[in-house]
Design a protein around this ligand. Sequence first.
Ligand code: PLP
Length: 373
Amino acid sequence: MSAACLACDDHDLDAGGLLVIDLAAIEANYRHLVGLAAPAHVAGVVKADAYGLGAVAVTERLVAAGCRHFFVAELSEALELRPLLPEGAVIAVLNGLAPGANAAAADAGIVPVANSLTQLRAWAALAAERCTRLSTILQVDSGMSRLGLSPAEVDELAASPELLRSLDLLFIMSHLACADEPLHPANRAQLAAFIAAKAKLGIERASFANSAGIFLGKDYHFDLCRPGASVYGLGVGPAAYGIRPVVRLEARISQLRTIPPSASVGYGYTFTADREMRLATLSIGYADGWPRALGQIGAAWVDGVRLPFTGRISMDSCTIDVGALPHGRLRPGSLVELLGPHQSADDIARLTGTIGYEILTRLGRRYCRRYVG
Ligand SMILES: *Cc1c(COP(=O)(O)O)cnc(C)c1O
């Protein structure tokens, strides 16, 4: 655990907020997914700093839980995490490698996802130059039109199989676009396209399902599943079950004040008191990833009591109406719940027209982070 975490406790908090990340819940979620996916293996997707929760701490915990496959988006993320992994573990770069990054990746033992024939040829050329068999994962586009070989490229590759034979091909993979809608026809269509590409290329081992894909059932599991969101406690559609919440976010009160009737609050004076009101100012704002759109519609929670935001969320602060609490319950330095038992990242996402993934990945870097469990 880092010194920054040891230095912070509830009574002596100089950050604007406390972000508590429950590693035991992360491990429990991972093990639940392992149980659902067996006999397929389950990777940990730890891109974007493990969805904002801290890739180092999360990766160490998943390694301890037996995870041996990791996915990140970029080479820099893989380079940071590679030293934490045991011998034989795989860390793969989903976005593939930029031209010129191949040598550095190979030196560090990092596995690129080849998303085009150009990337695959460049990796094979490096392997030939070094007289070694380099590992790769080949991505095919099964319908999402984002990353991976097009059907035409799959045909081209099928016609020149020596390219594949020169590499250690760990998996063929593809990615689902609509798995959080279990009845969406794209799921079956993508599955059929993936199976067809796999057969055409004669590749045995395959990886297809993200979190929501795991809940679609066995047909989608193949040899390696790639969940991120479910490991971090997010909801991924109506079929998901058995996932525990992982994060708690508490904001610190910097000031309390009583305002008279007709006083206004915050930028734009969008809120005006219709009575005497007791307000608390919180030391977090949209620069901490707390959505500005929650001004007027969102709330914080204390003792199970809802405390609505008054006026706009500022960059580094915001105000709540604490009139529903007894006098003296809150003081400067008290903490209020922003994410926790009374509202999840998914709840905040629904209120602000986005997804829980975006709420988590935008959580700011100024919070005091504490890992528990
Ligand atoms: C991000 C990502 C995942 C993980 O998706 P979740 O919905 O978070 O489980 C899996 N595969 C690919 C290719 C991804 O980009």
